[in-house]
Design a protein around this ligand. Structure first.
Ligand code: GRF
Length: 204
């Protein structure tokens, strides 16, 4: 394999999924590499991680833009500037506008801590606990213009234990997220690299 897929990793917080993807990408056989980390929160640990690992990063706070569209136009400029092939949302707390979704069809992935279509949106782990569900899990899906509504790629089920709290359940879901997200990214990138237009030129 001569070429790799260039990833943009978008996150707003801790960045444990970003870490897992960066770790997986150390494998020479992994078909993608982190091209840039983009974060909208100044104190997010994911920014410190990017600096520590010397991965290119951009801090892009929402407050600097009058509208969501202006923000996403800047995001688009950055994605083009970095020649990004695939966008990975990993705890990025903003909803992307249709502008980006149209320009990157099937080129934006997200991970969500529930068995979608159950519990899209905020507090998915808490909702599963409140509903006294027997299981929860995580889902990697393509991003469309809805909130956590795009086509599901893969899911992992996680049993809910009687003694679970929000923290213990989310921690067990995250263990699975860190395995699932790199695995799905690997598959998608291998497919992208096998496509004739990806072989001949860079996307984005
Ligand atoms: C994850 O649970 C993910 O499913 C959700 O946001 C959380 C991000 O966690 N979209 P982290 O910042 O990667 O640790």
């Amino acid at each position: 394999m001569h070429k790799k897929i260039k990833l943009a990793l978008l996150a707003s917080g801790k960045g444990s999924n970003v870490r897992a993807i960066v770790e997986a990408a150390k494998d020479p056989q992994f078909p993608a590499y982190p091209g840039v980390i983009i974060c909208d929160q100044k104190s997010a640990p994911v920014l410190a991680f990017a600096k520590e690992k010397e991965i290119p990063y951009v801090f892009l706070p929402g407050q600097h833009f009058a509208t969501k569209l202006e923000y996403d136009q800047m995001l688009l400029t950055l994605l083009k500037q970095y020649q990004i092939d695939l966008i990975i949302l990993a705890g990025f707390m903003r909803i992307l506008s249709p502008l980006l979704i149209e320009i990157f069809p099937k080129r934006i992935l997200n991970i969500h801590p529930s068995l979608l279509p159950k519990y899209p949106g905020l507090n998915a782990v808490g909702k599963a606990l409140q509903a006294k569900d027997k299981e929860s899990g995580c889902t990697v899906h393509y991003v469309d213009s809805g909130v956590d509504t795009g086509p599901v790629l893969e899911q992992v089920h996680v049993p809910i234990l009687k003694e679970d709290t929000l923290e213990t359940l989310h921690a067990r879901i995250q263990v699975q997220e860190h395995l699932l997200y790199p695995k799905v990214i690997r598959k998608i990138c291998e497919k992208l690299l096998a496509m004739p237009e990806t072989k001949s030129k860079s996307m984005g």
